[in-house]
Design a protein around this ligand. Structure first.
Ligand code: XCC
Ligand code: SF4
Length: 631
């Protein structure tokens, strides 16, 4: 190995400030020594940040600008006359709408696949959860005394309508408790359709439309609801119909799931449509033989980010890690291919891969990436493409340089697969035991911890610290996305982790045999958290805002996380963000989001980067809600 030019002490310091994931610590050290650039290096190179952009006070929406608000130089308005509040609010709506569009466009692709199945135009996909399909159809009064594919056809069309302009209300919002739905109606934020709210958001950020920051932000909440109770919810439900509703399963997690003697393929991104097909293709005996003929012991699929979560939840596919593990898994030197669809994929991955034999394979016409191999995925030829990808990876095995292989540590055991259906089944068929445990105070409440990694916060520290603090205080954690993966790597996703919980939560975990932190899926599966909240509210006959629950996004970075946080709050869930959004330039916007919303949707945001302090805020909130309920 070549000598590193960096002082070992500096390397040690950097490792300690970057991550708490034990395999990642070794991998980061390796990257620093080998001069493999990672997200943290680029983050350092970006400092110092522009203070106007950081506070949301710059606008470049039109060519009269770009404009910055600099009050100390009497620059209070942009060229068009927009003030700080308007510029900040419009920027935030832009961010939120981008996130809502990302989830919902993914959702639409899944629904379109259901339509293909319904039309009998694909042999590669089928109805896996017929019972769920029929239950969903009944919500839309679609007759179910027929063949499943006829029902699938009609449900797909009914769902596609939810994206359109003809209906005045997204049907799935009816799942919310009456009191919650009434708040949306009264405040005028009941979403009419998915695309409509997103398009209207784009309209509203055009120069010279609205000038009232509050009105703009309320539309943000409506757009977020269209995502949570619309686009994301449809993505989750239809993925369950096509690929199966998750049930508890066991697997392994962290960078060490990569195997030295196998052909390793990582599946990265968000949409399960291609990756499910790759799982099937890799199981094929002909493929296994090809791998053996190439000198490997077999084919090892590993997940990353939310594609990984989808596969872990339904198939028990091992998980290599979350957002900040994506470069590190390439740095193991043992990855034959990384298959990506879209969202959260660092554009720099082909650069990282160029240090190794690893092929980055992009697959979506929406997400072409220079330096990657492009193998276009279409539902009608899914299996064929999946096989071609697996073959490409196998054939790449011989190009691996054994000298460069560095697989750090050992994998950690996890349990995942906690759909609402699975949680209900684990409790004996109804949520009543959970409600009883909350009423009796054994469980004080529940918190949805979601979202990403962000160099502002030490990798995984926010998620893991917050989760540990909450379970210690008898608060059940339900997690998705990169938050759930962080908890998995830290060992919190096993029933054995109950020893870290308070006595009440511990006794429930022991009795039911569940972990104190439940992995509920990918980021679009935050909709499962909404469904769970709705079911709890309906069981108790109260609005979601009355429940002893909260949300948190301790390490969020993404526009999508803004949409999720906003639909949590709009649904009545107090939500604590780790990193501050780019809004500090408008005290009025900050005050509305962290204070004023309470009077409108009966919930608000808080920002607290320190997870120990965030836990204190959440615990106080939960106790307050318990008191109001008289429990
Ligand atoms: Fe992306 Fe979904 Fe964030 Fe992770 S949690 S960094 S959005 S992969 Ni969604
Ligand atoms: Fe400047 Fe207004 Fe144009 Fe924004 S919209 S760039 S504030 S002139």
């Amino acid at each position: 190995a070549k000598m590193s030019l960096m002082n070992p002490k500096v390397i040690r310091e950097k490792v300690l400030e970057r991550t708490i994931d034990e395999t990642a610590m070794k991998a980061v050290e390796h990257c620093l020594k080998e001069w493999i650039e990672t997200v943290w290096d680029r983050d350092e190179m970006q400092d110092p940040r522009c203070k106007w952009c950081s506070s949301g006070l710059s606008c470049s929406r039109c060519t009269m600008g770009p404009c910055r608000i600099i009050p100390e130089r009497n620059r209070d308005r942009g060229v068009c006359g927009a003030d700080a509040d308007l510029i900040v609010a419009r920027n935030l709506l832009d961010t939120l709408a981008t996130g809502a569009a990302s989830h919902s466009d993914h959702g639409r692709e899944i629904v379109e696949t259901l339509l293909l199945v319904g039309k009998g135009e694909t042999n590669d996909y089928m109805i896996t959860d017929r019972k769920k399909l029929f239950a969903l159809a009944e919500e839309y009064n679609i007759p179910t005394n027929r063949e499943a594919i006829e029902v699938a056809h009609d449900l797909a069309l009914a769902y596609l309508e939810e994206f359109g302009t003809v209906k005045g209300e997204i049907e799935l919002t009816r799942r919310a408790p009456t009191a919650t739905h009434a708040i949306w109606e009264e405040t005028g934020i009941l979403p009419r359709s998915v695309d409509r709210e997103i398009v209207e958001a784009m309209h509203r950020i055009q120069m010279g439309v609205g000038a009232h920051y509050g009105n703009i932000l309320l539309h943000g909440l409506r757009t977020a609801l269209a995502d949570g109770w619309g686009g994301s919810m449809m993505a989750t439900e239809v993925s369950d119909v096509l690929f199966g509703t998750p049930v508890p399963c066991e697997s392994q997690i962290n960078l060490a799931v990569v195997k030295e003697d196998m052909v390793n393929i990582s599946l990265h991104g968000h949409n399960p449509m291609l990756s499910e097909m790759i799982v099937n293709a890799a199981e094929d005996e002909a493929m296994q033989k090809r791998a053996r003929d190439a000198g490997a012991a077999g084919i090892n699929l590993v997940g990353l980010c939310c594609t990984g979560n989808e596969l872990l939840m339904r198939k028990g596919i091992p998980m290599a890690g979350n957002h900040f593990n994506q470069e590190l898994v390439i740095a193991t030197g043992a990855l034959e291919a990384m298959v990506v669809d879209y969202q959260c994929i660092f554009p720099s991955l082909p650069r990282t891969a160029s240090c190794f034999h690893t092929k980055i394979i992009s697959t979506s016409p929406k997400a072409k990436i220079p330096g990657s191999y492009y193998m276009e995925f279409e539902p009608s030829t899914a299996r064929e493409t999946a096989e071609a990808i697996v073959r490409t990876a196998i054939d790449n095995f011989k190009l691996r340089d054994p000298e460069k292989v560095f697989i750090p540590g050992k994998p950690v055991a996890v349990q995942a697969g906690f759909s609402v259906e699975a949680i209900t089944a684990a409790l004996g068929g109804t949520l009543q035991p959970l409600v009883d445990a909350i009423a009796a105070g054994k469980i004080r409440g529940a918190v949805g911890i979601v979202g990403c990694n962000n160099p502002r916060i030490k990798h995984d520290y926010g998620h893991v610290t917050l989760s540990k603090e909450l379970i210690k205080n008898d608060i059940l954690c339900v997690e998705t996305g990169c938050a759930a993966v962080a908890s998995g790597k830290a060992g919190l996703l096993t029933p054995d982790a109950a020893f870290l919980a308070g006595d009440g939560l511990k006794s429930i975990c022991k009795a039911v045999g569940i972990p104190p932190v439940l992995h509920m899926g990918s980021c679009v599966d935050c909709s499962r958290i909404l469904v769970l909240l709705a079911a709890l509210g309906n069981t108790l006959g109260v609005g979601i805002h009355q429940l002893p629950v909260a949300g948190a996004a301790p390490e969020w970075y993404s526009q999508k996380a803004v949409a999720i946080g906003s639909y949590f709050v709009a649904s009545g869930v107090y939500t604590v963000l780790g990193p501050m959004p780019h809004i500090s330039g408008s005290p009025a916007v900050v005050d509305l989001l962290t204070n004023g919303l309470e009077g409108i949707v009966k919930a608000k945001f808080a920002v607290e980067p320190d997870p120990v302090k965030a836990a204190e805020l959440i615990i106080a909130h939960i106790e307050e809600k318990r008191k109001a309920l008289g429990i």
